[in-house]
Design a protein around this ligand. Structure first.
Ligand code: NAI
Length: 220
């Protein structure tokens, strides 16, 4: 990273999006892009892009634009994507299986090292090359193996209890899909909550706003 200054979380939340667009450009053999062209591609304003990218050195040159591979590498480094954080997943149901099958852990800084469930019908079965382990051995597993993060794909009732076991085993980072937020119970955990319904409600809000404003315009 070119600078150690702290980047605001709102910029950090936009970095994965830059990462995706820059990866696509790189894969299409585009090695240079102006902030205007990048803005058009991403549906953002050029000044927003300049502001964001200036937070960590800019990498833009007047009259040249952005060096795509360099910017891509810089964003990857800021996100820490060359890490190999060891993650385990709890709850191999519909959601857990989708995560195991579709998330590209390795290119996003993680390695999925074990998956657990409490359903005897699932324990011992294989999913995407991983054997489902019995959650009753979770504390023991955590003692014997490094665990940097846990992915919670559990029903709410199980998430608190399993979260306690994980916390007691030293796990402090959670990618949380469950409806229980461990950060409300423990103040030294890092949780990233992912809720599809929240995103859908945000869409609903935007659609409702847009509908209301076009109704107001029609009435005027
Ligand atoms: P599911 O019922 O298909 O899977 C849940 C799995 O957890 C089952 O395999 C079950 O045996 C296992 N399980 C239950 N208690 C356990 C424990 N103590 N230890 C280990 N495994 C345990 O449910 P699905 O559809 O996979 O959803 C899981 C949870 O995620 C639900 O509670 C749901 O509310 C939530 N969810 C969240 C979403 C989000 O966007 N954040 C989207 C979909 C579901």
């Amino acid at each position: 990273m070119s600078d150690n200054k702290k980047i605001s979380m709102s910029v950090v939340r936009r970095l994965p999006r830059y990462y995706r667009f820059l990866l696509e450009l790189k894969n299409n053999g585009i090695y240079r892009i102006s902030s205007k062209a990048l803005a058009e591609k991403m549906g953002a304003s050029a000044s927003q892009i300049r502001q964001d990218l200036n937070c960590f050195g800019g990498f833009g040159q007047q009259g040249y634009g952005y060096d795509v591979p360099k910017l891509f590498d810089e964003i990857s480094a800021i996100l820490g994507l060359d890490s190999r954080y060891k993650a385990i997943l709890l709850g191999v149901g519909n959601l857990g299986r989708a995560v195991i099958n579709h998330v590209d852990f390795r290119s996003r800084g993680f390695e999925l090292t074990a998956v657990f469930d409490n359903n005897p019908a699932l324990i011992g079965s294989r999913i995407n090359g991983m054997t489902v382990l019995d959650v009753s051995g979770l504390a023991q597993y955590c003692k014997a193996n490094p665990v940097d993060a846990a992915i919670l794909c559990l029903p709410k009732e199980s998430a608190e209890q399993t979260g306690d076991i994980l916390y007691g085993s030293g796990v402090r980072c959670f990618w949380n899909f469950s409806h229980f937020d461990l950060a409300l119970k423990y103040d030294d955990v890092i949780t990233e909550n992912v809720h599809l319904n929240d995103s859908l409600m945000t869409l609903c809000y935007c659609m409702t706003q847009s509908k209301q404003s076009s109704q107001t315009q029609t009435e005027q």
